[in-house]
Design a binder for this molecule. Sequence first.
Ligand code: AKB
Length: 318
Amino acid sequence: MKRILIVGAGGQIGSELTTYLRGIYGHDRVVATDVRECKEMAAQGPFEVLNALDATAMASAVARHRCDAIFNLVALLSAVGEKNPQMAWQINMGALMNSLEVARQHHCALFTPSSIGAFGPTSPKDRTPQDTIMQPTTIYGVCKVTGELLSNYYHTKYGVDTRSVRFPGIISNVTLPGGGTTDYAVEIYYEAVKKGRFTCPVPGDVYMDMIYMPDALRACVELMEADPAKLVHRNSFNLASMSFTPEIICAEIRKRMPDFEMTYDIDPVKKAIAESWPNSLDDTCAREEWGWKPEWDLARMTDDMLEVIRRRFPVEVR
Ligand code: AKB
C-alpha cells in the first residue's frame, strides 16, 4: 500500500485507523473521507467530504490522489440496522459495491470489515470455525455474508485484491461506536468513570467476542501487508482476541472500582442479536495464513480504558 483512501473515516474504526495508517505510511499518503466534515482529520492530512454512495466521486478521489488501496469502513451496525433494514442494505451494500467497482477500475486493493454478525443461530456456538454455516438473522449479518461472497467474487472474477476480517465487538476510547450490539462493552467503561454505575442492555450471561482497538488496527495492516501467496482465505478471516459476558466485564471493573454497580434494562432487539451470535470464534486460519496474534486481554484493556477515560473526564473521577 502506497497511497490509501479511507471511506467512512469519521466512524469508530476510521477515526483511529486514519491516524494509525498516517503514522505508518505518511500523513499525506492517507486520504480520509467521510460524509461529514471532520476538522481534526483534515488538520492532520488530506481530507474530503465524500458520500460513499456516489461512485463517481469515489473514483475521482482515488484517481486524483493516485490511491492503490481503499479501506471501506462505511457501515450501519446490527442494532440500528434492524430499525431500518432497507436503509441498512442500501448503505452497507451500496458503499461496498462502489468500493469494489472503483477498486476494479483503478487497480486498488480493498479492505472491508466483516463481523461476528455474519454468523447466526445455526452456526456452531463455541470456537466457531472459519468455514461453517452462515445464516445470520439480522440485515447487518445478511449484508456481511453477501459482502464476503461479493468480495471473493471480485477477487476470482477480476483479480481484485480484496481482503477482510470478521471483527468482534471493537472496544475503543476515541470515538464511540453507534448502533451496535457490542456497544455496551465500550459504554460500560465511560459510565463507570462518569457515574459509577451502568445499565446494561444485554443479558448478563451472553458471551460475545471482543477486541481492543490497538489489536484491531494492527490486524488491518498485517492482513493488507500479508504475502498473497500465503492466503488461502480472503473474505473474511475469523479474528479472535477475548470473549466475555457483561457479568465478567463488570467483575473486572469492580476489581478496580469496588463500588461500581451494574443493573439491567434488557433491549429485546440487542438480546436477540447477541444470543444469535457465536460465543467465541476460532481464528486458527488468521494465525496460520498471516500470523495473527492478539496482544491485549480483558485485564490489560480494562486498566488502559479506565486510565484513558479518567484522564479525559478528570472532574468526574471517582
Ligand atoms: C455490532 O455490534 O453491530 C458490531 C459488530 C460486532 O459488528 N460492533
